[in-house]
Design a binder for this molecule. Structure first.
Ligand code: URA
Length: 260
């Protein structure tokens, strides 16, 4: 717990380290009560910080470090960062600015007051699960090839892939930028002129799924990302955005740490 100081020239904090914030703001961000109501709770002596009852206004706490309780129940600290999932529609470029003036994913993100950026990218014509966050360390961890978080796509492809073609994807194919790692691939539905293939890859090379499927003779007609590691898009409508739950963020971290 830190007492309010007359100036903001406190000891330097790493940009990603949790910063002290006023207790009532902390309580409001944690969803306990509005700021005003939180002030009332504090004044009523119902809030403890690190075991001490606090009734003065202006006390600051560090989320995730100081233990805050209301009526003896500890408050889960609000997340330091914002983590969003978007069901990206086709036609949107995975960028925050486009000099060519094309539709961009940023157009679909409500103003949160935070500068979120996409974690990895989907081609403009790919739909589905795209993560956005203002947590640089998290984004890097998920994107880093070393962590190999699997990504699952549903692809509508031309023709009807044989078991042999699927096995080639599973074994890995040699693309212009080198051999791919083994993928998981299954035929979900076989139609007359086109089929549905579910494919999971652990890399993130440019247009990789499209190139892999073309390589085995089945160019992609439509591509949709269903999952990133343990995180599924579920029934989020196209174009919609939702915040990840703390459990989902934790599961993604664990998947990255474990290597998928
Ligand atoms: N692979 C592709 O080919 N395109 C995407 O958008 C994502 C993965």
């Amino acid at each position: 717990m830190t007492r309010p100081r007359p100036t903001t020239s406190e000891e330097p904090l790493a940009s990603d380290a949790p910063k002290p914030e006023r207790l009532q703001k902390f309580l409001a961000r944690a969803g306990v009560a509005s700021r005003r109501r939180a002030e009332e709770l504090i004044a009523a002596g119902r809030v403890r910080v690190n075991g001490e009852t606090v009734t003065a206004m202006g006390v600051k706490v560090v989320p995730g470090v100081d233990v805050v309780e209301v009526d003896g129940v500890s408050v889960v600290p609000p997340q330091l960062h914002l983590y969003l999932m978007l069901n990206k529609p086709a036609g949107y470029v995975t960028t925050l600015k486009d000099p060519l003036g094309r539709p961009i994913v940023a157009d679909l993100i409500p103003d949160t007051g935070r500068r979120v950026f996409p974690v990895g990218r989907l081609d403009a014509d790919t739909t589905g699960l795209l993560l956005l966050t203002d947590d640089g360390e998290f984004a890097q961890m998920l994107m880093h090839p070393r962590f190999h978080v699997p990504k699952t796509y549903l692809a509508r492809v031309e023709g009807r892939p044989t078991e042999r073609a699927l096995q080639r994807l599973r074994d890995g194919v040699v693309l212009s930028d080198g051999p791919t790692q083994p993928a998981q691939a299954e035929l979900v539905d076989a139609g007359i002129g086109s089929s549905l293939v579910r494919i999971t890859i652990r890399e993130g090379r440019k247009r990789q799924v499209r190139r892999m499927l073309k390589h085995v003779g089945h160019p992609v007609i439509e591509l949709h990302r269903e999952r990133i590691g343990p995180l599924a898009l579920g029934d989020l409508p196209e174009g919609a955005v939702r915040e990840l739950t703390p459990e989902e963020v934790a599961a993604l971290r664990t998947a990255a740490e474990r290597g998928g």
